[in-house]
Write a protein that binds this ligand. Structure first.
Ligand code: ADP
Length: 151
């Protein structure tokens, strides 16, 4: 069984994330969306809220699971039996950042392969950072996130 872990902050989930998860389902039997808990990082939305939103968006997709994890992503993959790590790429800067992480992960666990999927022209400009900025400034964020995300 091909199981991919899609790790991230999802603060909040955007249409860019949804696209990567949906595309991932055509390659993997299961995509586990894993929300990292990092006590050093400040988030806009509570982790349980972020988890609930993702579960709501994918409620009709039995092959998508949503979990919260702590510690090294690669260790968590091993723990839950995921053989692939899924990440999205929007730009060269994403690639530069991601290749460092993928290389380190490969060194630590050669059994787990990182797979990158490119975002489409419709989503490559969307980032959670921009969405958060729109939200805190009372802008219309609805273009960038799935309709289930409201507060
Ligand atoms: P992190 O804190 O790990 O960067 P994010 O929630 O920002 O977490 O992103 C999780 C994953 O989703 C990363 O692989 C990131 O590159 C990808 N991603 C984010 N936005 C998009 C987008 N618009 N298109 C494609 N991939 C995206």
């Amino acid at each position: 069984m091909k199981i991919a872990l899609f790790p991230g902050s999802f603060d909040p989930l955007t249409k860019g994330h949804v696209e990567i998860i949906t595309k991932g389902l055509s390659f993997f039997d299961k995509v586990i969306v894993a929300i990292g808990r990092n006590s050093q990082k400040k988030y806009l939305f509570d982790i349980e809220t972020r988890k609930q939103w993702i579960s709501d968006v994918f409620k009709d997709f039995p092959s998508v699971e949503v979990v919260i994890y702590e510690g090294l992503t690669i260790d968590f993959c091993h723990k839950i039996g995921a053989n692939f790590l899924l990440r999205g790429l929007r730009s060269c800067s994403d690639f530069e950042y991601e290749k460092g992480i993928a290389f380190a992960n490969k060194e630590m666990n050669p059994q787990i392969e990182t797979v990158f999927l490119l975002s489409s022209p419709a989503t490559f400009n969307i980032s959670s950072t921009i969405v958060r900025d729109i939200i805190v400034n009372n802008g219309d964020y609805s273009h960038f996130v799935p309709k289930e995300i409201k507060f």
